[in-house]
Design a protein around this ligand. Structure first.
Ligand SMILES: C[S@@+](CC[C@H](N)C(=O)[O-])C[C@H]1O[C@@H](n2cnc3c(N)ncnc32)[C@H](O)[C@@H]1O
Length: 349
């Protein structure tokens, strides 16, 4: 399915490639492109949608429930293979527009093409050429892979209407300090650079250890909760029904990316510190990650256009040039540029 998507208002035109509008120009930062290309390796291999994704998703976005999506116009930043786009469309969203910067969008398109309310777009979530028309914007497992997570957070809020809501799930620093100390150096120097096949083979080893621990030790109790006395008790026991290759995917996902920040709670709270947000909640998920929810108040926020380093619902967005798109896909990773690292954060890039 090819074609052109035109904007009646500004006459901009965007190519449609294999069913997916390409809303990205040649001006995307190379580190973001490299990250998306590495993740495309993941999502173009583990392409299928699995029954346990719904429970997992509702865990990540809680206290939101499936009812919160019904009848809503939803924006998703970083959709990967479209597993959450498919769910939200099935929950009864009026429409969901899901953006990703990598070639995983073509998998997402295939996974959602039967759903008329699901729309997959290739683009950078910090530069969606749209007005603040969305009722709800969510992002699961994405912002911590951006060179500037706070820009990702404010860009998502920038597409939400007054009174609409955002929900973001990100890696937490608390309880994960050992990852930043021991795993991250290996990820940065080795695993984010090695070929896909080698990384998949390598991922099988920690996945096998996890598998054994989950099967032998991490049994949920009668209340469905994991053993509180063991590290990652709730998290690991929640994976008891997963097939082995899902554990491989989880390990691969941790190791494949050039950028991963583990964010302290205070940092996530800072994203919502301005007057443009209310009802802010930052919840510790499985004692290892953060789910942040907030309501967007546009009239309270400062007016303005796209600005790096500004936090709030007005901090980003605006059309970007549609020229010379480069689709980050497997085997198409440009070399990383590491110039825009935020030295204040723990993790990467
Ligand atoms: C760990 S995956 C999570 C995908 C999906 N949310 C899920 O949970 O299945 C992170 C995704 O974010 C995408 N991503 C990273 N930076 C992005 C950006 N600036 N704009 C759009 N997508 C981005 C990557 O391409 C990748 O598919």
């Amino acid at each position: 399915m090819q074609g052109v998507l035109g904007c009646r208002g500004c006459a901009a035109e965007f190519r449609i490639k294999d069913g997916v509008p390409v809303l990205v120009g040649g001006n995307v930062d190379r580190l973001k492109t490299e990250t998306a290309a590495r993740f495309a390796e993941e999502w173009t291999r583990w392409t299928d949608l699995r029954p346990y994704y719904e429970k997992q998703f509702l865990g990540w976005v809680a206290p939101f429930t499936r009812e919160d999506f019904v009848g809503q116009v939803v924006f998703e930043g970083g959709c990967g293979k479209g597993r959450h786009a498919e769910l939200v469309a099935r929950f009864g969203a009026k429409d969901i527009v899901s953006v990703d910067l990598g070639a995983s969008v073509f998998v997402a398109f295939e996974n959602t093409r039967h759903l008329p309310n699901a729309h997959i777009v290739l683009g950078d979530l910090t530069l969606p050429p749209v007005k603040p028309v969305f009722d709800l914007a969510f992002s699961v497992g994405v912002l911590h892979h951006m060179p500037r997570p706070e820009i990702g957070a404010s860009s998502m809020a920038a597409v939400v209407r007054d009174g609409g809501r955002v929900v973001y799930w990100v890696y937490g620093l608390e309880n994960n300090e050992w990852i930043t100390r021991f795993v991250d150096p290996l990820r940065r120097s080795i695993t984010s650079k090695i070929p896909y096949r080698a990384l998949r083979a390598l991922s099988a080893v920690p996945a096998a250890l996890m598998w054994a621990a989950i099967k032998l030790v991490y049994r949920p109790g009668p209340d469905g909760k994991g053993p509180a006395r063991l590290p990652y008790g709730q998290y690991l026991s929640s994976m008891r029904g997963f097939p082995f290759d899902e554990l491989e995917l989880i390990v691969f996902d941790q190791l494949v990316t050039p950028v991963a920040y583990y964010l302290p709670k205070a940092e996530v709270e800072r994203w919502f510190a301005g007057p443009g947000f209310e009802d802010v909640q930052v919840r510790w998920h499985n004692q290892m990650s953060w789910t942040a929810t907030a309501r967007v108040r546009r009239e309270a926020a400062a007016p303005g256009g796209a600005r790096e380093g500004v936090t709030g619902p007005e901090a980003a967005a605006g059309p970007e040039a549609a020229a010379a798109p480069e689709i980050p896909g497997p085997g198409r990773s440009p070399a990383a540029s590491r110039t825009d690292r935020d030295p204040g954060l723990v993790g990467d890039a």
